[in-house]
Design a protein around this ligand. Structure first.
Ligand code: ANZ
Ligand code: ZN
Length: 716
C-alpha cells in the first residue's frame, strides 16, 4: 500500500494542469460559457493569509463543477494593485512602487498556485500595467466627453494622516476607513463622476439581478431613493416626505452651523399664516433642498427643536391630501463620486489644462498617460500630488492649439481599475479596444460574482455604474455586469478573534500546504462552517479533514472492478453534493461525503463505479488527490474532462418515509421505514418498537393492517 503523499501528488498535477492549459477558457467554443468571478486581490507585502483563499476556493468548487457539467468556464484572476499601502511603503523605503507591486504579486501568485485553484492564469491582469490602465483612462475620457466627469470645488473629506481626499464611502464614523484618523473637511477642486445620473437605474435594476437580499438592501439604502414633495414657503423651497402634515407646520428651518432665528417670516401656503424661519444644525445642507418644514407634533427632531426654542406645537390639525401641496419629486441620498486623489500611485487623469482652450482631453493616440518615475513619493502638505513637482512631465503642448499647457496632476482613486476589470478578462491582450465586442458578447455578463460584504456600497455600486454608462455608449452588450452576487464570511484566528499581525495569530497557507497539503486546506476551509458566516480557524480540526482524505485514499485498495454494486447507494450523496454546491452549502456537502465514507467503513470491497463517482463529486474540493486516484484507476483523461455524475431519481426516492403507527385505530407512534422495505419486514419491526410494546404487551395481536407508505394499524 502506498501512503498518501500530498507533496508529490500536488506538485505533479499542478505542473501537468499548467502545461496542458486545462483551465483556460476558450474564446470560441461549442460549449455554453460560464463566467465565475472573485474580487481580484490587492497584493500586499504581507502575502496571503488563510482568509484570502476562502472565496477563491468557494468559487473554484463552483467552477470545477461547471466544467464537469459541460461548460466552457472563465474563472480569471488579476491584481488590483494601485493604492495607498504600496505607496506608503514606497515613501518609507524609497522603493519604486512598480518593483514593490511586482514582488508582492509574485508572492501572491506563487501562493495561490500552490492551492490548485483553477484560475485561467493566461488572462491575468494588473491594474498598474500601462497596457491595462490605458483603457481605464480611455473610459474616463468617455465619461468626460459625455459631461459625466467634471471638476468642482468641493468640501471633501480629508485624511490629514494619509494626506488624501476620501469618498463618503471611505469615511466610517467620521474617521478614515484605512487608518482611523478623524477626517477633516477641506475645500478643493476635485474631479467628480456623476454617479447620481444613474441613481434611479442603479436602484430599479436591482429588481432584475440575483443578489443576496442583504446586498440589495445595502445598495438600496446607500442610494437612498425617496419620494416626496417640494413645497415653496414664499422663496424657500423645502423637501418633505409628508406633505400631508402641512397644516401642522409651525416653522421653517434651513441648514446652518448654529441654531438661530433669522428674523424672517414666510407664509405657509396651506394656512396662509406667517411662520418664522430658523437656521438649524439638524437640517443637512446636501439633503433634499437643504430646508425643511417643521412639524413638531409629528416629527421627533422638529419636536425637540420646537421645545428647545419655545416654538408652537399644533397637536391636532387636519391632514392634507398627499398631492394637494406638492410638486412630487424623487430624491436620492447618493452623492456624486469624488474621483481624484492628490497621490502618486494611481492612474493619471488624462487631461491637459490649456490657458486658452481650457480642459483638453489627451488624444486617444497618446494614451496611456504613463506615470513618470519620481524620486520622492511624499504627497505635499498643500495637498498637491507629487506629480506636480515634475516640470518635465507637467509642461506640455496643448493638443488643440499647441500653446503652452499643463498636465492634470491628480490621479484616480483605487476604485477605478476595479470598476471594469471583469470586462478586460474577456479579452485581456487586446491593444485596440478594452475588449472586443465578440468576446464581450460571448463571456459577459458575469454569471456568478462572490465577494466581500464591505464592497456592497463601494466597488459593487461603482462598477455597476461604469457598466451602465458603457452600455449606454453601446460598448458592452448588457445593462448589468453581474447576474448573481453572493458573499463570504471571514476566517478568524483561533478562538474567534480577528487575524492580525499585531496579535501574532496570522496563519500562512504555505505552512498548512506543506504539512497537510493543499487538498486538506481546501477541504478544511470549505468545511469550517457556513460559507457566508465568519468561522474561527482551528489547526486541531484541520487534522480531521486530512484523516478523511486518507480514508478516501486507502479505499483504492478495496476497489473491485467487477463488483455488482448493491449494498451502497451513492445516489443520495450525489444529489446532496450537487444541490449543496449550488447554494454554497459547502460544509454540508462535505459532511455528506464524510458520511458516505463512514458508512463504507466496514465493507471488504467497493465497486469501481461507485468509487469513481465518489471521486468525481469530491474533485471540486480535493482536485489533486482525486486526479491521482482517477489515473490510478486506469483513466487516461483528466477527471476535469469527465462528466459530473447524474443519478436516477427513482433510486433517491428510495428514502425514509414516516408512517403512522396505530393501535386499535388510535395513533400511538411514528415509524421510519425505507420505501423499498417489504410488508413482512415492516410488520415484524413494528412489534419491536419500545413505544408500541407498552400498548401490546401481554395482549393478543389479532391482525396488522398495513397501508403502504402511510400507516400500520395493530388490532388487538
Ligand atoms: C415634514 C415631516 C413631517 C417630515 C413628519 C417627516 C415627518 P425621512 O423621514 O428619513 O424619510 N428632511 C428633509 N430635508 C432634510 C434635510 N435637508 N435635513 C434634515 N432633514 C430633512 O426623511 C424625510 C424627512 O426628513 C422630510 O419629511 C423632512 O421632514 C426631513 F411627520 O417633512 B419631513
Ligand atoms: Zn490650447
Amino acid at each position: 500500500m502506498k501512503e498518501y503523499d500530498h507533496k508529490k501528488i500536488e506538485k505533479k498535477w499542478q505542473d501537468t494542469w499548467e502545461k496542458k492549459g486545462i483551465y483556460h477558457a476558450q474564446d470560441k467554443s461549442k460549449k455554453p460559457k460560464y463566467y465565475a468571478l472573485i474580487e481580484f486581490p490587492y497584493p500586499s507585502g504581507d502575502g496571503l493569509h488563510v482568509g484570502h483563499p476562502r472565496p477563491y476556493i468557494g468559487m473554484d468548487v463552483i467552477s470545477r463543477k461547471r466544467r464537469l457539467q459541460g461548460f466552457n468556464v472563465l474563472y480569471p484572476i488579476g491584481w488590483d494593485a494601485f493604492g495607498l499601502p504600496t505607496e506608503n511603503y514606497a515613501i518609507k523605503t524609497g522603493k519604486d512602487p512598480r518593483v514593490v507591486t511586482k514582488k508582492n504579486s509574485d508572492t501572491f501568485r506563487r501562493q495561490i498556485k500552490s492551492l490548485g485553484i483553477s484560475f485561467d492564469w493566461s488572462r491575468e491582469v494588473n491594474t498598474t500595467d500601462p497596457k491595462y490602465y490605458k483603457w481605464t483612462q480611455w473610459i474616463f475620457l468617455q465619461f468626460f466627453k459625455k459631461g459625466l466627469a467634471y471638476k468642482a470645488k468641493m468640501k471633501i473629506n480629508w485624511c490629514p494622516k494619509d494626506k488624501i481626499g476620501l469618498a463618503n464611502e471611505e469615511v466610517v464614523d467620521g474617521k478614515c476607513e484605512r487608518c482611523g484618523t478623524v477626517v477633516e473637511q477641506r475645500e478643493k477642486e476635485q474631479w467628480m463622476l456623476a454617479i447620481t445620473k444613474y441613481a434611479e437605474r442603479l436602484d430599479k435594476d436591482l429588481d432584475g439581478v440575483d443578489y443576496l437580499p442583504q446586498i440589495k438592501l445595502g445598495q438600496r439604502n446607500w442610494i437612498g431613493r425617496k419620494e416626496g414633495a417640494e413645497i415653496e414657503f414664499d422663496n424657500i423651497k423645502i423637501f418633505t416626505t409628508r406633505p400631508d402634515t402641512i397644516f401642522g407646520v409651525t416653522f421653517v428651518a434651513i441648514a446652518g452651523d448654529t441654531d438661530r432665528f433669522t428674523g424672517r417670516y414666510v407664509t405657509n401656503p396651506a394656512t396662509k399664516e406667517k411662520i418664522p424661519v430658523w437656521e438649524a444644525q439638524y437640517v443637512m445642507g446636501d439633503v433634499g433642498t437643504g430646508a425643511i418644514m417643521g412639524v413638531p407634533a409629528d416629527d421627533e427632531r422638529d419636536k425637540a427643536f420646537a421645545e428647545k426654542y419655545k416654538l408652537p406645537i399644533i397637536e391636532n390639525y387636519p391632514k392634507a391630501g398627499f398631492e394637494d401641496y406638492g410638486k412630487k419629486v424623487t430624491r436620492f441620498k447618493l452623492r456624486d463620486w469624488v474621483f481624484s486623489r492628490q497621490r502618486y500611485w494611481g492612474e493619471p487623469i488624462p487631461v491637459i489644462h490649456c490657458e486658452s482652450c481650457g480642459i483638453v482631453p489627451v488624444p486617444e493616440k497618446d494614451l496611456p498617460v504613463e506615470l513618470p518615475k519620481v524620486k520622492n513619493y511624499q504627497p505635499t502638505d498643500s495637498g498637491e500630488s507629487p506629480l506636480a513637482n515634475i516640470a518635465k512631465w507637467v509642461n506640455v503642448k496643448c493638443p488643440k492649439c499647441k500653446g503652452p499647457a499643463k498636465r492634470e496632476t491628480d490621479t484616480m482613486p483605487n476604485w477605478a481599475g476595479s470598476s471594469w476589470y471583469y470586462l478586460r478578462y474577456a479579452d485581456p491582450k487586446n491593444n485596440k479596444e478594452f475588449a472586443s465586442q465578440k468576446n464581450l458578447k460571448y463571456f459577459t455578463p458575469v454569471d456568478w460574482y462572490n465577494g466581500g460584504n464591505e464592497h456592497t456600497t463601494l466597488h459593487l455600486l461603482y462598477s455597476r455604474f461604469w457598466h451602465k454608462f458603457l452600455f449606454d455608449q453601446g460598448l458592452v452588450p448588457t445593462n448589468e455586469p453581474y447576474m448573481k452576487r453572493t458573499s463570504h464570511g471571514m476566517i478568524l484566528g483561533e478562538g474567534g478573534v480577528k487575524m492580525s499581525k499585531s496579535l501574532g495569530n496570522v496563519i500562512n497557507p504555505d505552512d498548512i500546504v506543506k504539512i497537510y497539503g493543499a487538498d486538506t486546506l481546501r477541504l478544511y476551509e470549505m468545511f469550517i462552517g457556513p460559507f457566508d458566516q465568519s468561522a474561527a480557524w482551528s489547526t486541531e480540526s484541520i487534522i480531521g479533514s486530512r484523516r478523511f482524505l486518507e480514508r478516501v485514499w486507502n479505499l483504492q485498495y478495496k476497489v473491485e472492478k467487477n463488483k455488482k454494486y448493491t449494498e451502497f447507494k451513492i445516489e443520495k450523496t450525489i444529489k446532496k453534493v450537487t444541490e449543496d454546491i449550488e447554494t454554497m452549502k459547502f460544509n454540508t456537502a462535505i459532511s455528506a461525503l464524510m458520511i458516505f465514507i463512514n458508512d463504507l467503513g466496514g465493507v471488504d470491497s467497493v465497486s469501481k463505479d461507485v468509487y469513481k463517482k465518489f471521486l468525481q463529486i469530491l474533485s471540486p474540493f480535493a482536485p489533486h488527490m482525486t486526479e491521482e486516484l482517477w489515473t490510478i484507476l486506469g483513466e487516461k483523461k483528466s477527471i476535469n474532462l469527465s462528466a459530473w455524475p447524474t443519478f436516477d431519481e427513482n433510486l433517491i426516492k428510495d428514502e425514509e418515509i414516516k408512517i403512522v403507527v396505530q393501535v386499535n385505530g388510535k395513533v400511538r407512534a411514528f415509524m421510519s421505514v425505507q420505501a423499498g422495505d417489504s410488508e413482512e419486514y415492516i410488520k415484524a419491526e413494528v412489534l419491536k418498537k419500545a413505544d408500541i410494546l407498552k400498548y401490546i404487551e401481554g395482549k393478543n395481536v389479532k391482525k396488522i393492517i398495513y397501508v403502504p407508505n402511510r400507516l400500520i394499524n395493530i388490532v388487538l
